[in-house]
Design a protein around this ligand. Structure first.
Ligand code: ADP
Ligand code: ZN
Ligand code: ZN
Length: 806
């Protein structure tokens, strides 16, 4: 059942049904009070349950299994390892269209017009939806006057006539912007003269050409739309100039996107990539997992494509995992350029119908799904013969799912998935996680390095700017040191672009009364509200609560409310004042919220419409811009001071990754990091890109303080609206756990934000020493949990287990 209960249940089937039913098919069953679920067949057997009377199934929902044996094996592992129910995994794994329940609500798809595709029953439902905006499946049964409605509903979904309740996302299509350039016939010096003469009688066309030459010295690609606007001409005038072969239209990135069947041959690997490639294959003869530690811009993607090609030749499937797909249109287009129609993309922002389609295509083993490019949830897909898994940017924490259960790490679950398929798995990163690097040094994983940037471009020059010194000497303008301003100016003078990194969104994250030091708090969460300048309001980043920015302090009434700290928005404002003649863009959670938010900003930056891009950590993720020569970090200290044992490792990863965006193509780039602690060891390691030193030092600390990768972690969280309930519960639990695990129980403690959405939160962490059995520990923990839940006072408390918590 798709529910968080550890048990599986037995239902009866008729003899006729047994001939048809197979493991991995769905059946509609009732559970509890008249609720209908889509359950999955795990086993077909002849032993009656002893504790309850088995009910009959309602009907079989599938013609053939939709889940295969390898998946079930993998899900079972996830359920055991992450201590969740198999039902939780089942629910997370299947596109929601496969999990219809009696109360599921269906809607008409407004774009569907092909109603002659529908049979009578299907049409009846479709028609009902013209009058009534939504129907529950229960109502569908009433309309059709029968119980077996699933085949009809499934057909309607398959034909895209209806959708079911969930957020509908637009189909993902990278949008192309049209640009104009001069036709090759007119690129000589006397072109302008010749043209103007030719067009002497076509006034509008001449205006277009003259305006074009005015825009040209800006040295930026000229958008068709902006030319039309500046010259005040219509698109048909522009088109007539294209027809006359005076102008031509083009698209930026056309070479990356044109994949209409045409597949391009792979780039020739340089000799370092070639060496890495053969070393990876060599390690694969002995090991199933290999870590590729390749510096930024070394061309890891090119090495991946070579490996993919070989696996495709054997007719086996490839899974390419990416941390957050919304950010990675660049990689999608790069891979499509080579593998064209053999790729499908899968992630949770896709519409339900698209996800169902990928699932079905995989079951039918269509060519389209030879390569799946996806975010973490794609590990659940029905692969039948994986040959290779690539985990790109394997250090990224977004591979870990926090909420809801299953709280899995997709990288680790992918390693198990590879094992099940007897496939190989490559973890790639410029800044590997300590865990993976440790495993490679322990010879558990193969290990390959790629230390040269493609084209022998040097890694950027990294400069630490002492902010304390700059403040003392009054060499700061707002949050910018004179040195950083100088570097930005130099880059802009060269017509190069700049990325500025600020690890916070919003304007001034916290406001504070200078009289009584009170900060406005969220009424639902124990956290200060954040100031957003654009709407002049205060917002909670945990629950989205918002209110207008007050003029007076809530506590003392004084009107001296001041901003503390810096966010991206404030940096943007200051930049606009410092560099009024340049375009400044911002990329953070607030500006990328829309449907194509990321692509818009990334596209505008690629097209050089933005000169300076300010952003949060989103900027650090694998983006490949070729005209960026300077990366600035406004304030490195907030990253270093974060209270988490992984803070230093992450600060290193973030800064090296964001630095890696500088000078990728032609010449060496610059990186400037402003900090109050220029002698901090992590900053020194960033400045010299000395991963190994960072690794050794951090590892030493992890050993000393008993942290991963030496000790494992299980985090237990209790949540409830009533503070006393949580407090009693956690104290009981702490005692019980200490009896079993002694000194290895940490807490109870309240997290930094101890109340979210009116739920109080308390944590306990269990550390598992290297020699202690993981399975035994979990078994004991499960026992304690069962006892806890048997106490009626504790029953309403939410009990969350997070294995290998981050
Ligand atoms: P990484 O993923 O290691 O940061 P990329 O794969 O993005 O590096 O490569 C950086 C840039 O260099 C890309 O624009 C890529 O197209 C280019 N590049 C890398 N290797 C080659 C090659 N062998 N031939 C041509 N271009 C290459
Ligand atoms: Zn006050
Ligand atoms: Zn809140």
């Amino acid at each position: 059942m798709p529910i968080p209960i550890q048990k599986t249940f037995t239902y009866t089937v008729t003899e006729e049904e047994t001939h048809f039913l197979q493991i991995g098919m769905r059946v509609a069953v009732s559970f509890g009070k008249s609720k209908i679920y889509s359950a999955l067949v795990l086993n077909i057997h002849q032993s009656k349950p002893t504790l309850y009377e088995a009910k009959e199934i309602h009907q079989i929902l599938d013609e053939a299994p939709i889940v295969n044996e390898q998946q079930l094996q993998h899900w079972q592992w996830i359920s055991d390892y992450y201590m969740c129910s198999l039902g939780d995994v089942y629910r997370a794994a299947l596109p929601s269209a496969f999990l219809l329940e009696s109360e599921t609500i269906i809607f008409k798809n407004d774009h569907f017009s092909n109603d002659d595709l529908l049979n009578d029953d299907e049409f009846l439902i479709f028609e009902a939806l013209q009058h009534q905006s939504q129907l529950t499946l229960h109502q569908v049964g009433a309309i059709l006057g029968k119980k077996k409605i699933m085949p009809t509903v499934n057909e309607l979904i398959k034909k895209s006539a209806i959708t079911i309740k969930e957020e509908i996302y637009e189909q993902y299509k990278p949008k192309l912007v049209k640009y104009v350039r001069l036709h090759a016939d007119y690129t000589s010096d006397d072109a302008l003269e010749k043209l103007v003469k030719e067009l002497s009688r076509a006034k509008k066309q001449r205006e277009a050409v003259l305006t074009f030459f005015q825009l040209l010295p800006l040295n930026k690609p000229i958008k068709a739309k902006s030319l039309e606007k500046s010259a005040a001409i219509s698109s048909s005038i522009l088109k007539s100039l294209v027809d006359k072969n005076i102008f031509e239209f083009y698209h930026i990135q056309t070479d990356r996107i044109q994949f209409k069947g045409a597949v391009n041959s792979l780039k020739t690997l340089n000799k370092f990539q070639e060496k890495a490639f053969s070393e990876i294959k060599e390690t694969f003869t002995k090991k199933d997992v290999t870590l590729l530690h390749g510096i930024t811009s070394s061309g890891k993607t090119e090495v991946y494509t070579k490996l993919i090609q070989e696996v495709l030749k054997q007719g086996r499937q490839v899974l390419f995992l990416l941390p957050e797909i919304a950010l990675t249109t660049q990689i999608i287009t790069r891979l499509q350029y080579y593998f064209g129609t053999q790729i499908s993309v899968f992630h949770s922002k896709y519409s339900m119908n698209e996800r169902v389609e990928v699932w079905n295509n995989l079951i039918e083993n269509k060519t389209k799904t030879q390569i799946i490019l996806g975010a973490r949830s794609s590990i659940f897909l029905p692969f039948s013969d994986l040959g290779l898994i690539i985990v790109d940017e394997e250090h990224e924490t977004s591979y870990k799912q926090f909420e809801p259960s299953p709280r899995y790490n997709a990288r680790d679950a992918a390693i198990v998935l590879a094992k099940i398929h007897k496939a190989k798995i490559l973890l790639g990163s410029a800044t590997p996680s300590l865990e993976s690097y440790f495993n490679s040094q322990q010879d558990k994983y193969g290990f390959v390095e790629l230390n040269r940037r493609h084209g022998n471009v040097l890694l950027p020059k990294i400069e630490l700017i002492d902010a304390k010194e700059k403040h003392r000497k009054k060499e700061m303008k707002g949050h910018f040191s004179d040195r950083l301003i100088q570097l930005i100016q130099e880059a802009l003078d060269q017509k190069e672009q700049v990325i500025l990194f600020q690890n916070r969104r919003g304007f001034s994250p916290v406001v504070e009364c200078t009289t009584c030091s009170t900060s406005p708090q969220c009424p639902n969460c124990d956290v200060s509200l954040t100031y957003h300048k654009f709407k002049h309001e205060l917002r909670c980043h945990y629950c989205s609560y918002q209110r207008a920015m007050p003029n007076n302090c809530d506590a003392c009434g004084s009107n001296s409310i001041d901003h503390k700290g810096v966010g991206t928005e404030q940096i943007e404002v200051e930049l606009k004042e410092l560099f009024p003649n340049y375009t400044v863009g911002r990329m953070d959670l607030d500006t990328t919220r829309g449907k194509h938010g990321y692509q818009k900003i990334i596209g505008a930056f690629e097209a050089r419409e933005i000169d300076v891009l300010v952003g949060t950590q989103m900027l650090s993720k694998g983006l490949d811009f070729n005209n960026v020569s300077l990366v600035g970090v406004i304030n490195a200290d907030s990253m270093l001071n974060f209270p988490d044992f992984r803070a230093h490792e992450r600060a290193y990863q973030m800064m090296v990754q964001v630095s890696g965006r500088a000078g990728r193509n032609k010449k060496q780039g610059n990186v400037a990091i402003q900090t109050f602690n220029p002698y901090h060891q992590i900053l020194q390691q960033v400045a010299t890109t000395n991963y190994v030193e960072m690794y050794k030092e951090q590892l030493q600390e992890r050993w000393q303080y008993k942290y991963p990768p030496y000790y494992r972690f299980i985090k237990i969280t209790l949540k409830h609206r009533d503070y006393n309930k949580v407090d009693n519960g956690i104290n009981w639990l702490a005692k019980a756990l200490q009896n079993s695990f002694g000194e290895y129980v940490l807490g109870p403690s309240a997290p930094a934000v101890a109340r979210i959405r009116n739920q109080y939160i308390k944590n306990i962490v269990i550390k598992i020493p290297p020699k202690q059995s993981l399975v035994g520990t979990k078994r004991q923990l499960q026992k304690i949990k069962n006892t806890f839940e048997a106490v009626s006072m504790f029953r309403p408390i939410r009990f969350i287990i997070d294995v290998d918590a981050y």
